[in-house]
Design a binder for this molecule. Structure first.
Ligand SMILES: *Cc1c(COP(=O)(O)O)cnc(C)c1O
Length: 392
């Protein structure tokens, strides 16, 4: 099948839920993806943060292959060597969060954290932030702020409210005796790459503690080295009650998890569960992914490459840039106008970048991206952002 046939076949069967690009990708290595004609693209989207380790990682691939031949599926009622090892390793990252629930995606991790919060506190209120993105299933969708994700799906789950991000006064008013949890992205991803102030996260921790509410952090996009630490919340010194992760957790294989702190109560047999959650295949992949993150110092790499990229971006000469923000390799370039034509122009230069909202270009490259590739990215952005384009 040639590229045109593949694209036509997908277009005739797609759900219609995705904006389809006219490219067929068949292979990846590091930060490079190759299309069906062998043309390389620099991937600065990394599957929205699912490919922090880069594509085609040999160690992850070998772990998946070996485990696939040994045991793929096993309900969590039965113990397994790979799962036990992963439980030990993943709970070492955030001291005090000693328990873990495994699932298969980000939205499921958020869904579980919301259910655990209600179950634990006997309260129903969930406070989230404006611009937040937490996923697409009903609980997570109700925590998601942007109305465009809600349209046509109401009624949403009752009990959810949204407060302005980084606003302590509003948070102080919102967290009350009926609040089960406050859910926060330490760095907002889809919402436009906004960083929470350290003081805000610390004060949120304090308010939740004092008022019997739980603090949930959503690290689904910011986790696994992306911001220069394993989890972004580690920059703040705060320990949440529930920490949601997914995306890069298993090196790109579907997997999600929630780390659970000591204040979370009432998690009894049968209260929640997942058929595929904690399956040995995903656990083996996650173990290998965590080893790669350690061995290749991907957190430090994200920190230094992120500084290099941020420096370079701040030096770009462009009348279009309003602000550059970010931490590690989670970076937003806010323009004074809509980004769509600039994303297309970057794609024509064989670089994949993301948007975050209508006016921000989002860069989420694999943490293994090379400095040469970062220079290519910077040169290309300079070219593309030099001239104003019409939003066709
Ligand atoms: C991607 C994302 C989710 C949802 O994850 P899925 O695996 O797509 O369900 C939730 N929260 C944040 C912050 C995300 O970036």
């Amino acid at each position: 099948m040639n590229s045109q046939d593949i694209i036509a076949l997908e277009n005739s069967h797609t759900s219609g839920l995705y904006i389809k690009q006219p490219i067929v990708f068949v292979r990846g290595e590091g930060a490079t993806l190759w299309d069906a004609d062998g043309i390389p693209y620099l991937d600065c989207a990394a599957g929205h943060g699912a490919a922090n380790l880069g594509h085609g990682n040999k160690k992850v691939a070998a772990a998946i292959a070996a485990q696939a031949g040994r045991l793929i599926t096993l309900f969590e009622s039965y113990s397994n060597d790979q799962r036990a090892k992963l439980m030990e390793k993943i709970t070492q990252i955030m001291p005090g969060l000693n328990r873990v629930f495994f699932c298969n995606s980000g939205t499921e991790a958020v869904e579980a954290a919301i259910k655990f919060s209600r179950l634990s506190t006997g309260r129903s209120g969930i406070v989230a932030t404006m611009r937040a993105f937490h996923g697409r299933t009903y609980g997570a969708l109700s925590a998601t702020f942007n109305k465009k994700y809600h349209a046509g799906f109401e009624p949403l789950v009752p009990g959810f409210s949204h407060v302005p991000y980084n606003n302590l006064e509003a948070l102080d008013k919102a967290i009350g005796s009926e609040t089960a949890a406050f859910i926060l992205e330490v760095v907002q991803g889809e919402g436009g790459i906004y960083l929470a102030d350290q003081e805000y996260v610390q004060k949120a921790r304090q308010l939740c503690g004092e008022r019997g509410a739980l603090l949930i952090v959503d690290e689904i996009q910011s986790g696994f080295g992306r911001t220069g630490r394993m989890f972004a919340v580690q920059h703040t010194g705060v320990s949440p009650d529930l920490l949601c992760m997914a995306k890069s957790m298993a090196g790109g294989l579907p997997m999600g998890a929630v780390l659970i702190g000591p204040e979370v109560k009432n998690l009894a047999p049968g209260a929640h569960g997942s058929t595929f959650g904690g399956n040995p295949l995903a656990c083996a992949a996650a173990l290998a992914a965590l080893e790669v993150i350690e061995e290749e110092n991907l957190c430090d790499q994200a920190a230094s490459k992120g500084n290099y990229l941020l420096d370079g971006l701040k030096k770009l000469k462009s009348p279009l840039i309003r602000e550059v923000r970010g931490i590690g390799l989670m970076i937003g370039i806010e323009l004074k106008q809509k980004v769509a034509p600039y994303l297309r122009a970057m794609q024509e230069k064989h670089i994949l970048v993301l948007n975050a909202g209508l006016t921000t270009i989002r860069l989420l490259p694999p943490l293994v991206i090379t400095y040469e590739q970062l220079d290519f990215l910077l040169r290309s952005l300079q070219d593309v952002l030099s001239v104003e384009m019409a939003d066709a």
